[in-house]
Design a protein. Structure first.
Length: 131
């Protein structure tokens, strides 16, 4: 069987839209795998969008990891997306750098739209990120 796609979870956003979380990979479980949230329009009976919610990309001197939470960020009873990315680099001169950032997307007008994060420090405490 083709194990490059694996359904993990499904939920309804409203009467017209559902989301499917799919793991896709091109190799072993710990290499080149992604979790993607696919948006399905029930009235058109087709997928109309997707959002990358988890991935790890690495090569010599570089590592980037993204993880996400489905959470109601704007108190409308609909799960939104909060993603957290860590980027680590090592230079040939053995300089190590690490940075991290959040990205928020709200479900508005039947699609995910970018949202501004007002207080990133408070958000870090709320979701318990450790840098």
């Amino acid at each position: 069987p083709d194990l490059s796609f694996f359904a993990l979870y499904r939920y309804s956003i409203n009467q017209s839209f559902a989301c499917f979380i799919i793991r896709s990979g091109k190799d072993k479980l710990d290499h080149t795998n992604e979790l993607t949230l696919y948006i399905f329009d029930k009235t058109k009976m087709k997928f109309v969008g997707k959002e990358l919610i988890s991935t790890t990309v690495g090569k010599q001197g570089f590592l980037s990891t993204t993880e996400s939470w489905l959470m109601d960020l704007n108190a409308d009873s609909v799960p939104d997306l909060l993603s957290y990315t860590i980027v680590e680099t090592n230079t040939a001169q053995k300089e190590y750098n690490k940075s991290s950032s959040f990205k928020a997307k709200l479900w508005l007008d039947n699609k995910f739209v970018d949202a501004q994060i007002v207080n990133e420090e408070a958000l870090r405490k709320q979701v318990s990120t450790k840098d």
